[in-house]
Design a protein around this ligand. Structure first.
Ligand SMILES: Cc1cc2nc3c(=O)[nH]c(=O)nc-3n(C[C@H](O)[C@H](O)[C@H](O)COP(=O)(O)O)c2cc1C
Length: 184
């Protein structure tokens, strides 16, 4: 028996959406059932209790996860504690060993601020999408990325996601043994 997975994502520039899409594709290839929803479009009537696992995916900007995701968590806090839930946190900090403690702190901050205590969380590197930024964001991100030793060619985008790690996560989700055991 495969778990019924709700996957809610918040993505400003598209990297988290790509990660969510990849997770959904791999889960389905593995025979799992996944329902991906952009947090902006998810119907208010969706009942989290209908799912075995709820995965919330969101990117970090200026040290915090997307406000829309935080709102979703706050609105559904009570229900989230009744299902198995997982955070997928996307940030550029997560793409390097030096950055990982910062990426971890972003996740902990989300848990502190919302009171949500997921069963587990994963940290994935994001990307820098210079071609999608407006003038100000491109300017600031060029400086930030330079300070962190990452690419600063403003005519292109950079992908810092470890896609093998995303695939491995998706496979483990599709074969969620813990859930199957607890449902029997
Ligand atoms: C305005 C802005 C602020 C960001 N702030 C942070 C940050 O504080 N820490 C970090 O690790 N990454 C930061 N990032 C990197 C994003 O987490 C990364 O670009 C991510 O892939 C964006 O996801 P999205 O494409 O789904 O919107 C920032 C990116 C932008 C554009």
């Amino acid at each position: 028996m495969t778990p019924e997975i709700l996957l809610v994502y918040a993505s400003r520039y598209g990297q988290t959406r790509m990660i969510a899409t990849r997770i959904a594709d791999v889960v389905e290839q593995e025979g799992g059932r996944v329902h991906p929803w952009n947090v902006d479009g998810i119907p208010a009537a969706v009942d989290l209790r209908a799912f075995d696992v709820v995965v919330l995916a969101g990117a970090v900007m200026w040290g915090r996860h997307a406000r829309r995701l935080r709102r979703f968590i706050s609105r559904n806090l009570a229900l989230l504690s009744t299902v198995r839930s997982i955070l997928v946190s996307v940030s550029n900090a997560a793409c390097s060993a030096e950055g990982r403690p910062f990426a971890e702190e972003y996740a902990q901050r989300l848990f502190r601020e919302t009171g949500w205590q997921p069963d587990s969380f994963v940290l994935f590197g994001g990307g820098t999408t210079f071609t999608k930024y407006g003038f100000f964001t491109r300017l600031v991100m060029t400086r930030v990325e330079r300070d962190h030793g990452r690419g600063t060619d403003r005519t292109r985008d950079y992908d810092y996601t470890d896609w093998e790690a995303v695939d491995a996560f998706a496979r483990s989700l599709a074969h969620d043994k813990e859930r199957v055991a607890s449902s029997e």
